[in-house]
Design a protein around this ligand. Structure first.
Ligand code: ADP
Ligand code: ADP
Length: 251
């Protein structure tokens, strides 16, 4: 993922809020990045841009050679569904509360399968390039649940799970379509310390095992220290960046 001179401006009535000012940032595959910074710094805005939920006011956002800003809405939606998994701050908002844990996962998988079937190959260069027809190898709901420590919880109703369980299930749902990019907006802030640590450890495990790139918004330095790299945002600018084990580079 590469951000080239990203500017994000929100217009609210007569006022313009510049949320990101000329952000240049490259994130390599398999990195686990913490986006750290004070409230209002622009962390969520950057995450939403990476998720393809916002289009930048200026600058370019590259993902595997695709400029997200140039995709039409259909292709962008398809790329998002197939390659990007997202976890929101509020565990319950990631899930359909009246469905079981296993149904939450299969629901996410069905949406993409249907989409792949209806997509003609030529209409989807980014999602289908270099791949044989048909869905890519994907884990079953059972495997995904086992992975997040919920092997015996497949039949439980998502809405009745604890916050920590819901956030682990949210991780399994986010991984349902084997995304390349996992995005998480303060995934631990509503959890106790133990549950939060477990979620972060699971995200690290997934990145290590599958080469998934993870970007986690946080204001908790314990979370950022656990990940491979910290990107600090302040007042819409990317500040000191640290890759663990390397010198700090000031951008
Ligand atoms: P966080 O710090 O966790 O991002 P905020 O309280 O800053 O949470 O924002 C919550 C939501 O409100 C976000 O979706 C954000 O986009 C939106 N928001 C934040 N500031 C404004 C604003 N000045 N006008 C409109 N929406 C805003
Ligand atoms: P953070 O996640 O670091 O708290 P945000 O990305 O939520 O920061 O917000 C960055 C800036 O953009 C803040 O000044 C916020 O008030 C503003 N902002 C965020 N979302 C909106 C929105 N939808 N409309 C107007 N201003 C917004």
């Amino acid at each position: 993922v590469r951000c080239d001179g990203i500017v994000q401006i929100y217009k609210a009535q007569d006022v313009e809020v510049v949320a990101l000012r000329d952000v240049d940032l490259t994130i390599e595959a398999g990195e686990t990045v913490a986006l750290l910074g004070p409230s209002g710094a622009g962390k969520s805005t950057l995450l939403w841009l990476l998720a393809g939920l916002l289009r930048p006011s200026a600058g370019r956002l590259w993902m595997d050679g695709t400029d997200l800003g140039r995709l039409d809405q259909r292709r962008l939606d398809r790329l998002r569904a197939a390659h990007i998994g997202m976890m929101l701050q509020n565990p319950a908002r990631n899930l359909i509360g009246y469905l079981s844990a296993a149904q939450n996962i299969s629901f996410a998988q069905r949406a993409v399968r249907r989409d792949r079937r209806s997509a003609s190959p030529s209409a989807s260069p980014s999602a289908g390039a270099g791949r044989p027809a048909g869905p890519p190898a994907r884990r079953s709901a059972r495997d995904l649940l086992a992975r997040v420590g919920l092997a015996d919880a497949g039949d439980r109703q998502a809405g009745r799970m604890s916050g920590g369980e819901q956030q682990r299930l949210a991780l399994a749902v986010a991984l349902a379509n084997a995304p390349k990019l996992l995005l998480a907006d303060e995934p631990t802030s509503q959890l106790d310390e133990e549950s939060g640590t477990r979620v972060i450890e699971l995200i690290k495990d997934v990145a290590a095992a599958d080469g998934t790139t993870a970007v986690v918004v946080t204001h908790d330095t314990a979370v950022s220290e656990a990940l491979s790299r910290t990107v600090t945002i302040r007042d819409g600018r990317v500040g000191a960046e640290g890759r663990r084990g390397e010198d700090f580079v000031v951008v």
